[in-house]
Design a protein around this ligand. Sequence first.
Ligand code: URA
Ligand code: SF4
Length: 329
Amino acid sequence: MPSVAIQPTFEAWQAAARLLLAEGASPDTVEWREAADAATPAAALPGGARVPRQFLDVARQAAGASDPTRWAVLYTVLWRLVHESRELLADTRDPDVRRLNGLAAQGRRETQQAEMQAVLALEQAGGGAAPFVPKGAGLDDLRAAGARCEGCDLFRRATQMVFGRGPADARVVLVGEQPGDQEDLKGAPFVGPAGEVLDRALAEVGLDRRQVYVTNAVKHFSFVERGKRRIHQTPRLPEIAACRPWLEAELDVIKPAILGCLGATAARAILGPDFRLLRQHGQFFATRWSPKTIATLHPSAVLRGQDDAEQARLYAMLRDDLRVIATAA
Ligand code: URA
Ligand code: SF4
């Protein structure tokens, strides 16, 4: 039986699973082992099997559980999705699907606990970006100081800190999640594919991007390498907490009339962990940063829509919420 050693991360499992799938290795012939020093296989062949996005989401959560059998469960479900039915996850009474869902729930719980502990440890140690943020500084001095931030580990691998961009007297501030690959290279927010979607929607509702201040909740790019590509990784709570002093300093300077959160990460950072984007988008709430704080979809979510119809629906949601901002501005 082939024994596959992987580092205990979702990305390492995914890379190994793709290779096994391409080789046609059925789940009952594979034994998974965890090894901290295992090599992650290089990029799997492009054009590999497409699996439903829902599986990737649930699998990522399950990978966060401490149960050592999770890798085998993940591979079994992946195999069955590809060889049996793409609709397998809808069968919630299927024993493999139940185990997967149970592991995902455990993973969510454990990840949340670990993140809370990391945030508390950060606060107790006086860590994060706070020591790097000059008190009472304007945007130019903040940006210059940002280049030296070592408030979390993200600065080590990214090209540069991507500070917000726009006028200090902007009435509208938009907060995204974190720079992507293009932003990391160019040093400005929303200048890649997500930025194109944002620009199009802003233009459609008559908001001039040059008059809007655009920034991110986390200011260094975070990624995993897959072959030559750098795949964006959603920032974790400790990184959001570490980077928060920069965002607060920007908002203190600008004092926006309207503060728009693009996506769940920014919404959680500003409107709190209980905020539910799909239910509460497009409505104003008062926060300590702006009497009119509002959240909408992240432009990248539009690009991730499964087909043209889905993308059009998501785009309309983003645009209509931005129109609420434009009208109030
Ligand atoms: N996604 C973001 O959240 N921010 C950017 O700047 C680019 C992509
Ligand atoms: Fe500092 Fe934020 Fe970069 Fe972390 S992500 S190093 S806190 S600027």
